[in-house]
Design a protein around this ligand. Structure first.
Ligand SMILES: Nc1ncnc2c1ncn2[C@@H]1O[C@H](COP(=O)(O)OP(=O)(O)OP(=O)(O)O)[C@@H](O)[C@H]1O
Ligand SMILES: CC(=O)N[C@H]1[C@@H]2OC[C@@H](O2)[C@@H](O)[C@@H]1O[C@H](C)C(=O)O
Length: 399
């Protein structure tokens, strides 16, 4: 037998697997690396996060990724080369981090790599009638497997599209397994570049759960700061946004998007929510001369309003959902204040309250998905296009 397979069978039979989950999201801030001990599969999955680190991208590397990120005019040669380069750089980051944790690559059973999304094009966004939903994550898994010597599972999103989904959000596949709780209506709210949530009703009915993007998380605020404040990457602790006032006229126009009124589940990205989107809303609302602080305050309110509206759609007036936050946006005090004011019936927590570091949550998700690739059977979510019942991921072997 090919020794790769012998190793894989051994991994499958182990009681506990040491899996590295990787996520590098739309904020392009760095690579999240979560070292997870995972036992069981399906509803019996148990995860312990043993270690976590975000390895920041250098400014030069950020610029290289940005040059091909969510741009229709990206240079095809650079897309090709960055596919290899991102794989190699991620592998180097993993090797350094596991060494700093006192581990050798052979101690690790699997790497689960999300890759870098460089374009997300659900049909609702590209509107080309002869084309399916599309999404592209690069940072080739074979490069990671060969350089680290660890079996790598990658490219999770294509199966989702092949089976009728939009390729995102995949959070439901991990959230349902790890966080469903009978008797508690839960919302797992991740505020990354794009905000999304998983709805986990207290009756634990798999046929009702879903996850959906809701609109911008930090992406519009981040893009605005990066464009207008040299040297700043984001509005730390909302210092800029706290100094302004909301423009009701701009906020009203920002809320005018077909995406925001479309049914759940749905997905989006910076391909829609970008500075062009803001400029168009400013032109329509005649607020083009607004100062930067007021724009940032308004963008923060827009982000909060979109999340509040989406969560309200899932619950009646008498329900008191528990919202478990994760992602960088939960560190933005103004955004969180506005969410709490907008959803007075809800109880707010973070995934820390469920023993998962909120900054690590998405990387952990991919470790769980890789565990399912090897040991799971597809969860039955019923016959729903947006939540296909599948296991995902492609297996890359080190030799
Ligand atoms: N202290 C803070 N104050 C304000 N905003 C913060 C703070 N810390 C993090 N953020 C926001 O969180 C962002 C990073 O979020 P995160 O790492 O969850 O994004 P991501 O994983 O790239 O996103 P996605 O989930 O869309 O893939 C930063 O760019 C910033 O906007
Ligand atoms: C195409 C893509 O990379 N989408 C990401 C992005 O970041 C947040 C949101 O947009 C979500 O849809 C998704 O990631 C998470 C991990 C998901 O699939 O659940």
């Amino acid at each position: 037998m090919n020794t790769n397979w012998a190793r894989l069978f051994h991994t499958i039979e182990k009681k506990e697997r040491l899996i590295i989950g990787l996520m590098s999201g739309t904020s392009l801030d760095g690579l999240d690396i979560a070292l997870c001990n995972i036992s069981g599969s399906g509803a019996a999955t148990k995860v312990k996060v043993k270690n976590f680190k975000t390895v920041p991208y250098s400014n030069a590397f950020k610029a290289e990724v940005k040059a091909i990120f969510s741009r229709k005019d990206a240079d095809l040669q650079m897309v090709c080369l960055m596919n290899e380069k991102i794989g190699l750089i991620h592998a180097e980051m993993i090797l350094k981090v596991i060494e700093s944790w006192g581990l050798k690559p052979e101690d690790v059973d699997l790497i689960a790599s999300h890759g870098q999304t460089i374009f997300h094009a659900p049909a609702s966004l590209h509107k080309l009638s002869d084309y399916p939903n599309g999404t592209l994550q690069i940072g080739d898994g074979d490069h990671i497997a060969v350089k680290t010597g660890v079996v790598t599972i990658c490219d999770f999103r294509q199966k989702h599209i092949a089976a009728g989904g939009e390729g995102a959000p995949l959070a439901v596949y991990g959230d349902y397994l790890l966080f469903s709780e009978k008797g508690e209506d839960r919302v797992m709210l991740n505020i990354g570049g794009i905000a999304n949530f998983t709805y986990l009703p207290g009756d634990n009915d798999a046929a009702k759960v879903f996850s959906t993007d809701v609109g911008p998380g930090n992406t519009l605020m981040d893009q605005f700061v990066q464009h207008h404040y040299e040297g700043l990457y984001f509005d730390q602790n909302a210092t800029i946004a706290k100094a302004g006032v909301v423009s009701a006229a701009l906020l009203k126009e920002l809320m005018q998007s077909d995406f925001l009124t479309a049914q759940f589940p749905k997905t989006t990205g910076p391909e829609l929510f970008n500075l062009k989107y803001l400029k168009a809303a400013q032109e329509r609302s005649k607020t083009s001369s607004l100062n930067n602080e007021d724009i940032m305050t308004t963008l923060c309110s827009f982000t909060a309003q979109v999340i509040v509206d989406a969560i309200e759609k899932c619950f009646g007036d008498n329900q008191k959902p528990s919202i478990y936050m994760s992602g960088g946006g939960m560190h933005n005090p103004l955004l969180v204040k506005q969410l709490k004011e907008g959803l007075p019936n809800a109880r707010f927590y973070t995934t820390e309250d469920l023993q998962i570091n909120p900054d690590a949550k998405e990387a952990v998700l991919f470790a769980v998905l890789a565990n399912e690739t090897l040991t799971g059977t597809a969860i039955n979510f019923g016959d729903r296009a947006g939540v296909p019942s599948i296991c995902m991921g492609k297996i890359c072997l080190p030799f």
